[in-house]
Design a protein around this ligand. Structure first.
Ligand code: HEM
Length: 423
């Protein structure tokens, strides 16, 4: 165990800086202390306020007038750099316009209604056969070998292929979409050095140029896909969206959709390996209800969208702490989901718990995840196909326990070396 993980158990609470890479990887002990002793905690290094209890996180998410999502600065490192080389790269692209996730009402609602339909029940029903076919296709690639690195073999490609098909992009470009997703994630991680930031800035620029070309194609000949919906959007006689607005929405749909679902799919299998008695329950009963319970409990424990930025629009007093106007706050969805006050013995992975659907892995209120129903379908169908074809999941013998990546906003495993038997 790292020195920091030891230190955080006993050090004075005021010294805890939740953005330390070891604590981003393994936040559990720190979060337990923060919820108990400092539910509103000011990071001594950055001045960011961390809000960790379930009730407070829900209240924040439901009060966008006080806790704004418009965040000039901080949310993106390359965009806010003062490094000339990085600025020169960004100058060749489009400005970062706040849209759904990074916007407040009423504009936030306006952007969302352009794409809500693409994630509604009818579109998702039509997508189910594709999710099932893709799950089989991916398992076909590795099943015979009896082992795989699950994140790369299934966790990443399933949501990537699904979102690419919905956006309207060809399979031949999947690897580029993955690279650009990593550029955006790196940029959000707050963990990049200068070289990494330069690479991320170049990736984002390439993403912009590629997507502007695709948008032009759809402007001329629309199809039944998200590109066409975004570029030809005109609701109630409103003017259409410009390229920068389209790019902002597409980057959110691409990045939010890929990384989070991949993380939960992978952590789900890891949770089964760590909790054989829960795995036995699922083995005994693969019904849709049991798989859905497993999915929700996995979402609660994994909470891949671990933290989200907010900015206070006025002075706020919360749990006796004054948060001045214009402060950056983190709504800590992952910590809220492990709050014992809401979920009894919350660290316990238990697919039979009564209230497992009450988690906030998809947020709450007006920013509630656009892709929640899609992610749920991918997980329910993907896991069902996995359980139909594979069993006896275990770590590859001799492999060390998987590790989580340090990222200020997202939480997910870096990989999972998996062994299994075929049915
Ligand atoms: C397990 C998978 C996922 C998790 C855990 C997750 C989590 C979240 C959370 C917590 C929020 C709220 C953020 C906030 O309050 O600031 C959110 C918003 C959002 N998510 Fe997801 N998400 C997932 C999958 C997806 C997918 C598949 C898409 C694809 C479209 C998506 C697109 C979005 C967008 C565009 C928003 C912003 C909505 C708005 O602000 O109006 N997410 N997501």
């Amino acid at each position: 165990m790292s020195e920091m993980l030891e230190h955080v158990k006993t050090c004075p609470i005021s010294q805890i800086s939740p953005l330390h890479p070891d604590l981003l990887r393994c936040p559990y002990d720190m979060n337990r202390r923060l919820r108990a002793e400092a539910p509103v905690h000011r990071d001594p290094l950055t001045g960011i306020f961390f809000i960790s209890r379930f009730d407070d996180v829900v209240a924040m998410a439901q009060d966008p007038e006080t806790f704004s999502s418009v965040m000039p600065g901080l949310s993106s490192r390359a965009v806010n750099s003062d490094d000339q080389e990085i600025l020169d790269i960004m100058a060749q692209g489009y400005p970062n316009v706040p849209t759904m996730l990074t916007q407040d009402p009423p504009l936030q609602r306006r952007y969302r209604k352009f794409v809500d339909g693409a994630f509604g029940p009818a579109s998702l029903r039509a997508l189910e056969p594709f999710i099932e076919k893709t799950s089989h296709f991916l398992i076909d690639q590795f099943a015979a070998g009896g082992r795989c690195e699950f994140l790369g073999a299934f966790g990443i490609p399933l949501p990537l292929r699904v979102i690419a098909s919905q956006i309207g992009l060809p399979d031949k470009d999947l690897h580029k979409l993955r690279e650009w997703t990593e550029a955006f994630i790196g940029n959000l991680s707050q963990q990049l050095d200068r070289d990494g930031t330069l690479r991320a800035a170049r990736g984002i620029l390439e993403f912009q140029h590629y997507f502007v070309e695709r948008l032009e194609e759809r402007r001329k000949s629309p199809q039944d896909d998200i590109l066409s919906k975004v570029v030809n959007a005109s609701i109630d006689g409103e003017t259409s969206l410009n390229n920068a607005e389209c790019l902002s929405m597409l980057s959110q749909i691409l990045v939010a959709g890929n990384e989070t679902t991949a993380a939960s799919l992978t952590e789900g299998i890891w949770l089964l390996i760590q909790n054989p008695e829960q795995y036995a329950l699922l083995e005994a009963d693969h019904s849709p209800e049991m798989i859905s319970r497993f999915v929700e409990e996995t979402l609660r424990i994994s909470s891949p969208s671990a933290n989200m930025f907010r900015r206070t629009t006025r002075d706020v007093i919360l749990r006796g702490v004054t948060i001045p106007a214009n402060s950056v706050c983190f709504a800590r969805f992952a910590s809220a989901n492990l709050d014992d006050a809401m979920f009894a013995d919350a660290m316990r992975f238990d697919i039979t718990r009564d209230n497992l659907r009450e988690h906030v892995a998809f947020g709450r209120g007006i920013h509630h995840c656009l892709g929640a129903a899609l992610a749920r379908r991918e997980m329910n169908i993907g896991f069902r196909v996995i359980f139909e074809r594979l069993k006896n999941f275990r770590l590859v013998s001799g492999a060390s326990a998987p590790d989580f990546a340090p990222n200020a906003l997202l939480h997910g495993l870096t990989g999972l070396e998996l062994e299994f038997d075929r049915r």
